[in-house]
Unconditional design. Structure first.
Length: 227
């Protein structure tokens, strides 16, 4: 167990993810503030229509205020996520899968579902408060995830970048540096996809290791029987 390496990778990935998570939380707060200001001046909006735009995904919600109210269900629809969301999700894949962080329709078994993020009223203040709890939980999961990955590397190559954990960390760091710059933030999706490829590499090694050990044990047992 290399706990120093685990602490190092956990620290680097937290420093990479926390600014992006904070930036998205600030955008949520701005969205709620703007919506409160719009609701305070109803005469500036059309009488028969109320439009809302959620910062969670790039989908415009339209509610017609006549005899009926048209409800919108974001589940099952393709959503355009900000590049900062893609960087954090693809750079911390296991933590994202378990938490379902910033997903519009988190399942109940996920951390987001258990902490109260709901599809009904998904752009409400209560939902955004629950999302702040998910932000904190995700940061904790990122720290634990990278401490374990760094402490128990699946391979020990001569070059540091040839180990999947270090490769993913470097790719995510590059993506985060690009995502923090508003003019070119969309370009961050490319190194984020590279980090996703690193996760596929890591999972492949994770599956191969026990198979390889079992095969070596089998061969060793057969040699002992022959001798």
């Amino acid at each position: 167990m290399n706990w120093r390496r685990g602490v190092l990778l956990a620290g680097i990935n937290l420093v990479t993810a926390v600014p992006l998570i904070y930036l998205l939380a600030v955008r949520d707060a701005q969205f709620l503030k703007e919506r409160e200001q719009q609701s305070a001046v109803p005469e500036m909006l059309p009488r028969n229509m109320n439009r809302e735009f959620s910062p969670l995904v790039g989908v415009r919600i339209v509610q017609v205020q006549e005899e009926q109210t048209v409800t919108f269900n974001p589940c099952g629809l393709w959503a355009h996520y900000p590049p900062q969301v893609s960087v954090v999700q693809l750079g911390n894949l296991p933590a994202f899968v378990l938490s379902q962080w910033r997903e519009a329709c988190p399942p109940r078994w996920s951390v987001a579902g258990m902490l109260g993020v709901r599809v009904a009223g998904w752009s409400t203040p209560d939902n955004f408060k629950a999302m702040r709890k998910v932000d904190a939980a995700l940061c904790l999961m990122i720290a634990i995830q990278w401490f374990l990955i760094g402490s128990f590397p699946l391979s020990r190559p001569r070059r540091w970048w040839a180990e999947p954990g270090a490769f993913i960390t470097a790719s995510t760091g590059v993506a985060a540096c690009i995502a923090i710059i508003p003019v070119v933030d969309d370009l961050a999706r490319l190194p984020a996809l590279v980090a996703f490829g690193g996760w596929l590499w890591w999972f492949g090694l994770l599956l191969w290791k026990p198979v390889h050990l079992a095969w070596q044990s089998t061969l060793g047992g057969l040699r002992r029987l022959n001798n």
